[in-house]
Design a protein around this ligand. Structure first.
Ligand code: ADP
Ligand code: MG
Length: 696
C-alpha cells in the first residue's frame, strides 16, 4: 500500500480483503475511495455498551439483555412463531422468532444463558423482542460489552454491517497517518465555531462514546455532524461562486438579431402580457444580448405565466440563429410545454422537437439528427435531453423548468452540451416554488433572480375550506354534485411515509373506495409507479372530460392544465409543506368557473397545523404563504429537501442545517480572502467531478 497517498486517491481495493465483488458492492453505495468510506456515516447507533435489567426496558428501546432461558415453545397463532421466555434477576420477557430452524429451537433450550440484542415491542405476552440478535453463552462465558456505541450504516445487498464496520475501521486507522486526510477548514474558522477537527469529528461519528448524546446524533444535530455539514455546504458555496466567477469570463453567444419574430408571436397571442411578464421578459432579453452567459432564476407563482416568458427567450435564440432547449422534470410537464411551444411557434415556421425516455427508435433518431444538424431549432423534453448521445448544432439557450428538481450537477451537465470550446449557452431556470428572497440568495448563489409577482387578469381566486376527515361523506357528496353539474375534480392523496410504493397503494385504495361511493362517476387514478404511457393515457382522459374525478398522488403537482377542473380535495394536507399545497391548489382556478379546494385533515390537528392550514385558507399569494411558512417553521422546513428537493448533499440537509447557510457564506468570504489555496481541495472533496468543474 502506498505510504503517502491521500485517502481520496486510494481506491478501496487497496484495503485488506477487498476483491472485485466487494468493490462493486461498495460502488453501489457510491464508495470508491478510502476517503468515501470515512464519509459513509452511520444512519443510527445501537447501544451495546451495557446490559439492561429486564424490568427496566421500555417499549421502543433498543436493548441488550443477558438472561436465562426458562421456556422455549412453538406457538401456533395466525403466524407460527418460536417464543422463548427469558429471565434475569429483575424480571421476565419474551423473544419471538417468525423464522426459525429446528437447530435454533434446540439451541435455545431451557436453562441456557443467552445474550441478546433487539428492539422492544409490544407483543402477545407483554413486551417482546422480535428476532433479536443473540448468542447462547457457554458455562462461565462472559463476552465483553462494547465500549463505544455500535454504528449502523446504510448498507446494500450482500454487504453486511460487520463487513462495513471492519472496512471503515481500517479507513479510520489509515486516517491517522500524516497527510492522509487534510483538514481544509482553517484553524480560526474551527475555533470560532468551536468545531472539532475533521479526524476528530469522523472518529467520533463512527464510534461515539457510550455516554454520547444519542438523541442529538440521531437528529443530525451533534457538533461533529454540524461540522461536516458545514464543510459540505461550504464546498458547494465555493463551487457555485467559482462557477459564477468563471462564467463571467466565459463567452456566450450574443442573441441580438431580433428580426420581428417576437412581434409576430405577440401579435398572435389572444391576450397581452401582464406588466410583470413584460418586466422580466425585458430583463431576460437584455441578458441575452450580452456576451456573458446569463444565469437567471425566474420565479413566479403557479399560473403566473412563465411559459410565455420562456417562449420569448427561446424565440430570441432562434431569431439569432441558435437553438434553445427546454427541459422539465416530468413527462407530463414536458409534454405540456411541447404542446404549447408547438402550437405557438410552428405557425411562425419554427420546428419544435420532442425528446423523452418514451421516444424510441426511428422517431428518436429523427429528433437526434434534427438537433445535430440544426433543422430542429427548439427542443423540449425531460432528462433525456442531456443524455450523452444527444448533440446540438448551435445551442444558445437552455431553459429549465421547476429548477429545484434538478441538482447543480445536472444543470452543469446540460450547459456542457452547448460548450463548443468557445462559448457557453445562456441559462434560464424557472421555478413556481416561491422561495423567500433571503433563502434564494443562499441556495442559488450562482443565479440572478427575476420575479413575476402578478397573475394574469380574470382569474377567480380559489376558495379554500379546511374540513375534518370526519366529514368525509359530506365531501364525497360535494364531489358528486360538482361532477354531475359538469365540473371535474381532483382527489389528491399525500405521502404517508417516505415510500412511494406505500403512497401508491394508499391512492389505489382511495380510488377503489371512491369508485364504490360514486358509482355513476368515471373515476381515474394516476400515480408515480405507473408507466409513462399509462399515466398520459389517464391524463388525456381527464383532459378530454372522459374522466370526471381523478385520484392522484402528488405527481399532479406540476404541469397539469385542465381548466374545467374546479374542485380539489387534498387528503391529509397537514403532511405537506405550504409551498407544495399551494402548488397543488394552483391546478384548479384555471378557468372562468369559481373553484374550491377542500383541505381534508386528519384529526386531531396540532395548533401549528391549524395555523398553517389557516394560512392556506386565507391567502392565495404564493410569496405571502412562503413567508408565513418561513415564520412558523423556520427556514429549514421551508427549504426542506423533502418539499423542494432543492439540492442533494451527502451529509448536509437544508431542512436541518439551514441555520448554517449564513455562517457558511461568511466563511466562504474568509477563505476566498485569506486561504484561496483551500478552495480547490474543498470543492474537490465535496463535489468531486473534477472533469466537469475543471473546464467550466
Ligand atoms: P406557470 O407560470 O404556472 O407556468 P403558465 O405559463 O402555464 O403558468 O400560464 C398559465 C395560464 O395562463 C396559461 O393557460 C397561459 O396561457 C395563461 N396566460 C399566461 N399569460 C397570460 C396573460 N398575460 N394573460 C392571460 N392569460 C395568460
Ligand atoms: Mg409552468
Amino acid at each position: 500500500m502506498p505510504e503517502t497517498s491521500a485517502l481520496s486517491d486510494l481506491p478501496v481495493s487497496t484495503l485488506k480483503g477487498v476483491g472485485p465483488r466487494l468493490v462493486e458492492r461498495l460502488a453501489a453505495l457510491h464508495i470508491h475511495t478510502v476517503q468515501d468510506l470515512l464519509f459513509h456515516l452511520p444512519l443510527r447507533y445501537q447501544d451495546r455498551t451495557r446490559i439492561a435489567p429486564i424490568a427496566r426496558v421500555r417499549l421502543g428501546q433498543d436493548v441488550m439483555l443477558e438472561a436465562e432461558i426458562v421456556q422455549c415453545d412453538i406457538e401456533f397463532g395466525r403466524r407460527r412463531s418460536l417464543v422463548c421466555r427469558i429471565k434475569d434477576s429483575s424480571g421476565l420477557i419474551s423473544l419471538r422468532f417468525f423464522h426459525f430452524s429446528a437447530a435454533q429451537k434446540n439451541m435455545l433450550a431451557a436453562g441456557r444463558r443467552i445474550r441478546c440484542y433487539g428492539e422492544v415491542r409490544s407483543g402477545k405476552n407483554g413486551l417482546e423482542l422480535y428476532h433479536p440478535e443473540y448468542q447462547v453463552l457457554r458455562d462461565g462465558e462472559e463476552p465483553a460489552v462494547a465500549d463505544t456505541l455500535t454504528p449502523i450504516y446504510p448498507a446494500t445487498e450482500g454487504l453486511q454491517q460487520v463487513r462495513l464496520r471492519s472496512l471503515i475501521d481500517q479507513a479510520l486507522q489509515l486516517m491517522q497517518r500524516p497527510d492522509a486526510l487534510i483538514d481544509w477548514l482553517p484553524a480560526d474558522i474551527l475555533r470560532s465555531f468551536r468545531f472539532p477537527s475533521l479526524p476528530q469529528a469522523l472518529n467520533y461519528l463512527h464510534h461515539p462514546p457510550a455516554n454520547a448524546a444519542v438523541h442529538e446524533l440521531l437528529n443530525g444535530e451533534h457538533i461533529c455532524q454540524r461540522r461536516l455539514a458545514f464543510e459540505e455546504l461550504l464546498g458547494h458555496r465555493l463551487c457555485l461562486r467559482r462557477l459564477r466567477q468563471q462564467s463571467a469570463h466565459q463567452r456566450a453567444p450574443v442573441l441580438s438579431r431580433t428580426q420581428g419574430l417576437r412581434e409576430k408571436f405577440l401579435a398572435r397571442l389572444p391576450f397581452s402580457l401582464t406588466g410583470a411578464q413584460q418586466r422580466v421578459a425585458a430583463e431576460i432579453q437584455q441578458d441575452l444580448t450580452l456576451s456573458e452567459p446569463m444565469l437567471r432564476l425566474l420565479q413566479g407563482d403557479v399560473g403566473s405565466g412563465k411559459t410565455i416568458v420562456a417562449a420569448l427567450a427561446a424565440l430570441q435564440a432562434v431569431d439569432s440563429g441558435y437553438q434553445a432547449a427546454i427541459m422539465a422534470p416530468t413527462e407530463i410537464l414536458a409534454e405540456q410545454h411541447f404542446l404549447n411551444f408547438s402550437q405557438w411557434l410552428e405557425p411562425l415556421g419554427i420546428s419544435v422537437g420532442w425528446l423523452s425516455g418514451k421516444v424510441k427508435g426511428r422517431q428518436r433518431q429523427g429528433v437526434m439528427s434534427g438537433l445535430a444538424d440544426g433543422s430542429i431549432t427548439i427542443a423540449v423534453g425531460t432528462h433525456a435531453l442531456f443524455q450523452e448521445e444527444v448533440r446540438f448544432n448551435r445551442l444558445g439557450l437552455i431553459i429549465i423548468d421547476e429548477q429545484h428538481r434538478f441538482g447543480v450537477h445536472q444543470r452543469l451537465a446540460l450547459r456542457e452540451k452547448g460548450n463548443d470550446g468557445r462559448t457557453l449557452p445562456h441559462q434560464l431556470v424557472m421555478t413556481a416554488t416561491p422561495i423567500p428572497r433571503t433563502l434564494a440568495m443562499s441556495a442559488y448563489a450562482d443565479l440572478d433572480c427575476s420575479i413575476i409577482d402578478e397573475l394574469p387578469p380574470g382569474r377567480t381566486p380559489v376558495n379554500t375550506v379546511v374540513i375534518a376527515n370526519s366529514r368525509r361523506d359530506d365531501v364525497i357528496a360535494r364531489i358528486h354534485e360538482a361532477c354531475r353539474s359538469g365540473s371535474q375534480a381532483y382527489w389528491v392523496c399525500t405521502l404517508i411515509e417516505e415510500s412511494e410504493a406505500l403512497q401508491c397503494q394508499a391512492a389505489e385504495a382511495t380510488w377503489q373506495a371512491l369508485q364504490t361511493a360514486l358509482p355513476d362517476l368515471a373515476v381515474g387514478l394516476v400515480h408515480g409507479r405507473m408507466k409513462p404511457a399509462e399515466k398520459s393515457a389517464v391524463m388525456d382522459n381527464f383532459k378530454s372530460g372522459a374522466l370526471q374525478l381523478l385520484v392522484a398522488t402528488t405527481v399532479i403537482e406540476v404541469g397539469v392544465d385542465v381548466p374545467n377542473a374546479s374542485l380539489m380535495i387534498i387528503e391529509n394536507p397537514e403532511r405537506l409543506g405550504l409551498a407544495q399545497l399551494h402548488q397543488l391548489r394552483g391546478r384548479v382556478g384555471r378557468g372562468a368557473k369559481a373553484s374550491h379546494c377542500l383541505l381534508l385533515y386528519q384529526t386531531p390537528l396540532s395548533m401549528q397545523g391549524k395555523k398553517r392550514l389557516g394560512i392556506m385558507r386565507d391567502s392565495t399569494d404564493g410569496f405571502y404563504i412562503a413567508e408565513q411558512d418561513l415564520a412558523l417553521r423556520g427556514p429549514g422546513q421551508v427549504l426542506g429537501t423533502q418539499q423542494t428537493g432543492l439540492m442533494s448533499f451527502r451529509i448536509a440537509d437544508l431542512s436541518r442545517d439551514a441555520g448554517l447557510l449564513d455562517p457558511v457564506k461568511s466563511a466562504a468570504d474568509q477563505i476566498e480572502n485569506a486561504y484561496p489555496s483551500h478552495i480547490a481541495p474543498l470543492v474537490d472533496r465535496w463535489l468531486g467531478d473534477r472533469e466537469l468543474y475543471g473546464n467550466v
